[in-house]
Design a protein around this ligand. Structure first.
Ligand code: HEC
Ligand code: HEC
Length: 361
């Protein structure tokens, strides 16, 4: 459904009628009532085309932030702009690099002043299918996630929201882009979050060899070995118990014991809920593009997929909160190799983005 958001400061008659009207009718009204406002006040619905294998029904796009071209354009600039950090060196894209399927290839990320955080940068693809964001799910919306890093002292390093807004306002060229996206209102953290979330919702991964094999009956799309690997994934490996559905995640939190052996262990979900049951739980990540997003796990401890599988094969790291689905698997070497082959068939398309050639001045 096309939806138009109408900013403040335009004739009330349009405000009342156009909001839920289809794009064409809305445009017509604008033209009839006041030809001059068409450019500045109408937003164009962004046509999110889902590659094969992804499910339309599962899109999470909040009603108060419909996807529009104007927001996606703005959000992309904000995502790549290093001027939006305390010393103008760090952008979202510094840690979520397009060629690495929006990860950074490091065990843990390095942010402003070369400081390191304690966790590995997950991919930013297929976020439109998730509610809880981050390894511990502490952001309930992509809008909230999209502004979190700005105030993180080891990421963009802004002291507070005002400092972020001031940095955006200091760049004159952003003002008209915000107006086009949201209408004439002051730049706020909320609007920055809406724009960046909108851009991130366009980063998709589907139409992988696995999708073509399973949904388009392309028998030759994946090898025999990968097909065997898929059987292990479903059966002996029990991977599907958590990496379920078209995005290969149940969107829940589980304890595999990753990092449990450390004294200053990261308790993951527990730090968000304070529920003792949640100790050492982390969000099941998507496995799409997984062959491109090494190293693995929330602390980036495994350099290869083979190491990840060896970890599952041995039954994770025993601890009092270990998930009941994690136990020794007794996989053969062949089954492990085949599982790796299968995971490679989850590399798809829909996330290839060129960084902006120029930025607002
Ligand atoms: C210094 C590196 C760094 C920068 C800069 C950075 N991120 Fe991240 N990002 C990370 C790390 C590390 C995590 C995991 C943190 C966690 O889960 O606690 C993460 C998590 C995420 C996630 C969650 C993905 C998921 O599966 O839950 C998204 C989306 C994301 N970042 C987008 C952004 C955006 C948008 C920006 C810019 C506003 C940004 N990041 C800036 C390193 C970075
Ligand atoms: C009990 C639920 C569960 C089961 C079963 C499970 N996983 Fe996971 N998987 C997770 C969680 C949770 C993480 C993140 C753990 C962490 O970082 O602490 C994860 C992480 C991964 C990663 C790393 C992802 C990344 O982006 O770093 C891969 C690869 C993976 N799993 C593959 C598999 C395979 C293959 C199997 C079957 C052998 C499997 N998983 C079984 C829940 C599960």
């Amino acid at each position: 459904m096309a939806s138009i958001r109408v900013g403040k400061g335009i004739p009330v008659i349009i405000d009342h009628f156009a909001v839920h009207w289809s794009l064409s009718v809305g445009l017509l009204l604008c033209v009839i009532v006041h030809p001059g406002i068409v450019e500045a006040q109408t937003q164009t619905e962004f046509p999110l085309k889902l590659p094969l294998g992804l499910e339309q029904d599962s899109l999470v796009i909040p009603e108060d932030n419909p996807l529009t071209e104007e927001k996606v354009v703005l959000g992309k600039l904000l995502f790549f702009d290093t001027r939006l950090s305390a010393n103008e060196t760090i952008a979202c894209a510094s840690c979520h690099k397009p060629p690495l399927a929006f990860t950074d290839g490091q065990p843990v990320s390095t942010g402003i002043h070369r400081q390191q955080g304690g966790r590995s940068a997950p991919t930013a693809i297929n976020r439109v299918f998730s509610t809880a964001q981050f390894w511990d799910g502490r952001a309930a919306t992509l809008e909230a996630q999209s502004v979190g890093p700005f105030g993180n002292p080891v990421e963009h390093g802004f002291a507070n929201d005002e400092a972020l807004v001031a940095a955006v306002q200091a760049i004159d060229g952003y003002q008209p882009l915000f107006e086009r996206a949201f209408g004439p209102m002051p730049v706020t953290v909320d609007l920055i979050g809406k724009a960046i979330a909108s851009f991130q919702r366009t980063l998709l991964s589907g139409n992988s060899p696995y999708d073509r094999f399973s949904q388009a009956d392309e028998a030759g799309a994946v090898s025999e070995a990968a097909q065997n690997g898929f059987r292990v994934f479903l059966g002996k490996g029990q991977c599907l118990r958590c990496h379920s559905g078209f995005n290969f995640t149940d969107e829940r939190f589980h304890n595999l014991g990753v990092g449990w052996e450390q004294d200053d262990r990261d308790l993951g979900r527990y730090d968000v809920t304070n529920d003792p049951e949640d100790r050492g739980k982390f969000k099941t990540p998507t496995l799409r593009e997984i062959a491109r997003t090494a190293p693995y796990m929330h602390d980036g401890r495994f350099a290869t997929l083979r190491q990840v599988i060896d970890f599952y094969d041995q039954g994770g790291t025993p601890n009092p909160h270990l998930d009941i689905a994690i136990k020794p698997l007794n996989l053969t070497e062949q089954e492990k190799d085949d599982l790796v082959e299968f995971l490679h068939t989850l590399n798809g398309e829909g996330w290839e983005v060129e960084p902006p050639a120029t930025f607002p001045k």
